[in-house]
Design a protein around this ligand. Structure first.
Ligand SMILES: [Zn+2]
Length: 270
């Protein structure tokens, strides 16, 4: 029998575990939260370095992240970097001493606005309509389809803001001792959206600029002309692997396909 579609379980079951984790080669771990609505079900990435580790995004913050993975978050310094400040990317960033974000979203990280609860009725109906039109499942009662533990009250959840401790800019280098990452500012999905580029592995951590699912490009802080420009820049980079903010990772051929599809859809392909 097929599993029921997302969000149709009632009453809400208690999840056996909240986070899923996939250890990839090269010291990279992917995390995601399977019981979060697909729109807000982000990937976030832990990368081991010799001197310090890098955490790219941090999920919704429904369950504390750090204590969930003591083998990854030990005494070593961790730079928690946000690709942008939507709810599904900064939820647990307050748990970390090093909280980095692009300057254009510093205020938003400290004082989040927009979607900041798990209650679907709090999403503006017009915005919810755009998401469904883009291809996401309808919004029911909550942005989760299971409870993280017995007695959890999803109505008490609030996205917790955190003051950034460092502001990044385009072309900044993050040095983990034995590997280096470059910040590339690629706005459009949000004003301070960044991607993180590892040249030696030709890997791009793309945040929400590009992923292999319905891109969200209409909403507060989004700009189609700028988005198209950023997508064109991706095509010019020697990217071989994209570890994206949502959905499975993909290769260069798929990257070109996705970029071309959207540029055509927006009439910005010439
Ligand atoms: Zn986003």
């Amino acid at each position: 029998m097929n599993a029921p579609a997302w969000g149709t379980h009632r009453p809400y079951p208690v999840a056996t575990r909240w986070y899923e984790r996939l250890d990839l080669e090269n010291g990279v771990t992917r995390f995601w939260e399977p019981h979060v609505h697909p729109l807000e079900q982000a990937n976030f990435w832990h990368i081991r370095g010799r001197d310090r580790d890098l955490l790219i995004d941090s999920g919704m913050g429904i369950v504390p992240l750090r204590p969930s993975f003591p083998d990854l978050f030990s005494d070593k310094e961790v730079i928690a970097l946000a690709t942008h400040t939507h709810i599904d990317h900064i939820g647990a960033i307050h748990e970390f001493e090093q909280r980095w974000v692009h300057g254009a979203e510093a205020h938003q990280m400290a004082h989040p606005s927009g979607v900041t609860t798990l209650v679907c009725a709090d999403i503006h109906p017009q915005l919810a309509g755009l998401f469904v039109e883009a291809g996401y499942p309808p919004f029911d009662e909550l942005l989760i389809d299971a409870m993280p533990y017995e007695g959890y009250d999803p109505r008490q959840y609030r996205l917790r803001g955190a003051e950034p401790t460092h502001l990044v800019s385009d072309q900044d280098i993050i040095d983990l001792g034995d590997r280096r990452f470059e910040i590339i500012q690629l706005p459009g999905h949000s004003p301070g959206s960044i991607c993180i580029w590892e040249e030696t592995t030709a890997t791009l951590y793309s945040g929400d600029l590009i992923y292999d699912g319905p891109l969200v490009y209409e909403g507060p802080g989004m700009d189609l002309d700028i988005y198209a420009q950023s997508l064109r820049r991706l095509k010019a980079m020697p990217i071989q692997t994209v570890h994206a903010g949502h959905d499975p990772s993909f290769d260069r051929a798929r990257l070109i396909e996705i970029v071309d599809t959207y540029l055509r859809r927006w009439n910005k392909d010439n």
